[in-house]
Design a protein around this ligand. Sequence first.
Ligand SMILES: Nc1ncnc2c1ncn2[C@@H]1O[C@H](COP(=O)(O)OP(=O)(O)OP(=O)(O)O)[C@@H](O)[C@H]1O
Length: 257
Amino acid sequence: MKKIHSKIDKNNKVISIRGLKKAFDDFEVLKGVDLDLFQGENLVVLGRSGTGKSVLIKIIAGLLKADEGYINVLGSDIMKIMPKELDELRLKLGFSFQNSALYDSMTVRENLEFPLIRHVKNITRKEIDSRIEETLDAIGLSQTINQMPSELSGGQRKRIGIGRTLILNPEIMLYDEPTAGLDPITSMDINNLINEVQERYNTSSIIITHDLTCAKSVGDRLVMLLDGQFQYQGTFEEVFEKNDERVKLFYNYNFIE
Ligand SMILES: Nc1ncnc2c1ncn2[C@@H]1O[C@H](COP(=O)(O)OP(=O)(O)OP(=O)(O)O)[C@@H](O)[C@H]1O
């Protein structure tokens, strides 16, 4: 399998966060979050609904501003970054939103072409075509190139959405609830894709989820957001062996559903 980014240094921090705080009016969502993401790793952020997981990745992507803290992403200090530098940084981040909608009136090819035309200066037709082919191959959907989104299954649409992000060769992928709304088999398919993307593109990824099967399948390391801070981190087993009622509740409810 061809690697897109070839060199990784697993000790290199691509994201480093210290003391991050964020409140909306009087409601403190993040109360001093510390987090490191190392190059090439899949880091899963777990937490119940409304604990601030999406807020966290929006702050990392510069879509929301933190109230306090140090946030370094790929060497840039997000709290002090200038708008032009932020635009350049965002191109190195692939953001797969919870409901990453495709453009319904465009074919798969056109959906994938869109970010290239918009963000890659002076790109040639030949390069556009080869990047589309390479991306479709990576997500296993070469045969859908001329189809409309309405002709695809939910899982396929999700894959194309991830492909549309990957086509810009991001260094960091931010997945927000990648398996939300998918059946267990399609979810497993997406989990496999996340692992394949890590393998093929050498991306570093943050995966936000409350789906424990997803967390177990993709996470090299897990962190759990509880009461506005990361309380536990480690492998799946290390996190879930904690003798904490909140962790046990989270685990039990996941498998009762
Ligand atoms: N722009 C905003 N303005 C006001 N409050 C917000 C805003 N964005 C998020 N919040 C609040 O912050 C809290 C955390 O939201 P967030 O979307 O990060 O939760 P989450 O952990 O991702 O939940 P879920 O798993 O349900 O997606 C929620 O109470 C939400 O209402």
